[in-house]
Design a protein. Structure first.
Length: 128
């Protein structure tokens, strides 16, 4: 492929060096060489249509609105802090029923939510 388009960092792992336009049967797609995430395959079209490689790069570079992602992360952050507070209260409670209640509520789910918030913040460049 002769026409080069600047590719954005991988949407999955965040690596900004490894995404490459690679050939597929009758076209191209973008694949990250670190995590193997792929963009959609784009096939050769009629004359006058942008090349399959350019369309594959454009598809890879198309992301959810960064402002929307930022707003969602910011909206979820207080819930992570609240989960920490409740978890600390339950862990320090002298009452067995409070500790049991916190265990039954599925704190693993809250831990997973906090981890997802941290990954989203890191992906948008905001650190952990």
């Amino acid at each position: 492929m002769s026409d080069e388009t600047k590719l954005r960092a991988c949407w999955l792992c965040g690596d900004d060096i490894s995404p490459r336009v690679v050939p597929v049967r009758d076209g191209y797609k973008v694949r990250c060489r670190v995590c193997m995430a792929c963009g959609p395959e784009k096939y050769h079209g009629p004359d006058g249509m942008p090349s399959a490689g350019k369309r594959a790069a454009a598809a890879w570079n198309t992301r959810a609105d960064d402002d929307l992602v930022t707003a969602l992360v910011e909206a979820l952050e207080p819930f992570g802090a609240l989960a920490d507070e409740i978890e600390n209260c339950a862990a320090n409670s002298p009452y067995n029923d409070v500790r049991q209640w916190s265990t039954n509520c599925g704190w693993d789910n809250l831990a997973a939510a906090r981890a997802a918030i941290a990954r989203a913040k890191q992906a948008r460049g905001g650190g952990a």
